[in-house]
Design a protein around this ligand. Sequence first.
Ligand code: FES
Length: 102
Amino acid sequence: MFKPKYHIFVCTSSRVNGQQKGFCQSRESVEIVNSFMEEIEERGLGGQVMVSNTGCLALCEKGPIVVVYPDNVWYGGVSPEDAVEIMDVHIEGGSPVKRLEI
Ligand code: FES
C-alpha cells in the first residue's frame, strides 16, 4: 500500500454531488491542484508526495486553502504560483512557507 511522505490537500469546494461551487473553486483552486501535480511529476516525487482535492474546509474567507500532512500546516490565500514555492520550501526544503501559513 502506497503511503506518501507528504499528502497535500487542496480545497476545490467540491460538493458531495461532485459539483464544484464555492469560494476556493472561484479562486483558481483547480489550477492549484494542477500546479502541484505538474511540480510533483517534474521533480520525480510521485512516489513520495500525493495531492488530493477536498470539499469546503470551512475557512472560505482565507481561501484558497491548502493543507500539508503529516505536518498539519494550513495555508491560505494560495495561488497556482505559490504551489511552486510550497514545493521548494516545504516539501523539498522541510520548512513551512511562513508568509502563507494561517
Ligand atoms: S470553499 Fe474552500 S474553505 Fe470553503
